[in-house]
Design a protein around this ligand. Structure first.
Ligand SMILES: [Zn+2]
Length: 100
């Protein structure tokens, strides 16, 4: 799969959204127990199922390096950056998670 960095960002976002709704759908079908753990699961499962696809995309799915066309991975930074495994180029997308 040869994803541009822009396509990689979009796919990460879409997979997190789909993960969230898949988790919410799963919780909807879980048996109700009316306990604290039931309430915890109600929030925990959708949140984790939104986070996990983004983490998998960041760790396992490379984008194409704009410099050498090698494999570049999400660098876990704000603004969002990608570091190339092949040439070491650090690409700054200029996209911030928040303006804080
Ligand atoms: Zn590179």
């Amino acid at each position: 799969m040869h994803l541009s960095i822009t396509a990689h960002r979009h796919l990460s976002t879409v997979s997190s959204f789909l993960g969230f709704f898949a988790g919410a759908y799963l919780v909807f079908w879980l048996p109700r127990t009316d306990t604290f753990y039931d309430t915890l699961l109600f929030f925990f499962v959708p949140i984790m199922s939104a986070i996990i696809p983004g983490v998998i995309m960041g760790l396992c799915v490379p984008a194409v390096c704009p410099q050498c066309h090698g494999r570049t991975y999400y660098a876990w930074s704000n603004p969002i950056k990608y570091r190339c495994k092949d040439c070491g180029h650090l690409h700054n997308t200029g996209i911030f998670y928040s303006e804080d």
